[in-house]
Design a protein around this ligand. Structure first.
Ligand code: ATP
Ligand code: MG
Length: 308
């Protein structure tokens, strides 16, 4: 059995990319991307503008052909079995599927009919989806009147008329206010809890930290780090001893390895320096992790610079 054959349900990974390369002319926009996303997890691809997030999603969803490497999604090879992959995935983010003239309910019934459900079954599926995506109250209103957050939820609901094995979300919460973002996070979690694997892209560290089981940090077309939010934070160092004054502003900080003796030495040092206030032990935020990981050269970079 070659790699292009279906691996069946025993395959632990919903997504696997190995050595994927993409060039535009002489510009290499993806450089040997490796990704492994387990079934049933929320995986975040975190990166700044131009990092290669959309390019990666387009390759995974069969919209773009890579120049090298191999990609499997839902147990099928994207290059050799794109139709099998398409049948098992959904891609949302652009709200392109939403018809503004129709109500939310009508949008859902229409797509359900297109998917081959009977009129009766389409109506009951629409009602289920309106409920699941917190749109029951808005179901009878034209989609054109929806807020940004409601549109994203309707768009998601449309891709769940037939439940996908793997859901791709390219910057699903960009442009949403804090509250709509939280509502969408809740919906995405519920989809994961019901068994769908989710790969989303984001520029927001907070979003990756809150939502993702695992994160890959993409920078300049390369994965510079992969891990759980806690693992990524740990890579930048363990607890720092911080001293803050009454209004919470930072008076002093000393990084430690988290051991009792190091923490005690740090406190002694702060006391000797005459810094007083409330002591807290703090792990680095994902923001700090991101900047550390993307500013310092990756091992790959160092390797490239070694003399031949
Ligand atoms: N069709 C194309 N032709 C030439 N260059 C392209 C093309 N599509 C993307 N690129 C370049 O590839 C790089 C990665 O683009 P991509 O859209 O994947 O980034 P992104 O991480 O999704 O960014 P954003 O956060 O802005 O959406 C960018 O430098 C972009 O300019
Ligand atoms: Mg993009």
């Amino acid at each position: 059995m070659g790699t292009q054959e279906h691996h069946g349900d025993e395959e632990a990974f919903a997504i696997r990319m190995t050595g994927v390369v993409k060039r535009y002319g002489s510009r290499q926009v993806l450089d040997e991307i490796d990704l492994a996303v387990a079934r049933g997890e929320i995986f975040a691809l975190l990166g700044a503008n131009g990092a290669g997030k959309t390019t990666t999603v387009e390759i995974l969803t069969t919209l773009l052909r890579p120049d090298g490497g191999s990609t499997q999604v839902a147990g099928w090879d994207v290059a050799t079995h794109p139709d099998e992959v398409r049948r098992r995935i959904a891609l949302t983010g652009q709200s392109a599927a939403v018809d503004d003239v129709l109500t939310g309910q009508e949008n859902l019934v229409m797509v359900a009919r297109l998917c081959g459900l009977s009129r009766r079954r389409a109506r009951s599926r629409a009602a289920e989806l309106l409920e699941q995506f917190a749109l029951t109250d808005a179901g009878a209103r034209r989609a054109g009147t929806y807020s940004g957050g409601m549109r994203r939820r309707l768009d998601l609901a449309l891709s769940f008329v037939v439940r996908p094995e793997v859901l791709f979300l390219d910057e699903p919460t960009t442009g949403l206010d804090a509250r709509s973002r939280r509502e969408l996070w809740q919906v995405i979690r519920s989809l994961r809890d019901a068994g769908t694997t989710v790969l989303l892209t984001t520029q927001y560290l907070e979003e990756a930290d809150e939502l993702a089981d695992r994160i890959a940090v993409l920078n300049g077309g390369r994965i510079v780090a992969t891990g759980t939010p806690a693992e990524l934070k740990a890579r930048v160092g363990d607890e720092s001893v911080e001293v803050r004054d009454a209004d919470g502003s930072l008076r002093g900080r000393i990084p430690t390895d988290g051991s009792l003796s190091a923490v005690r030495a740090a406190i002694d040092e702060l006391v000797t320096a005459g810094i007083d206030g409330t002591v807290v032990l703090r792990r680095p935020t994902l923001d700090e992790v991101f900047f550390t990981l993307t500013e310092s050269p990756s091992p790959h970079d160092l390797h490239d610079r070694m003399p031949a």
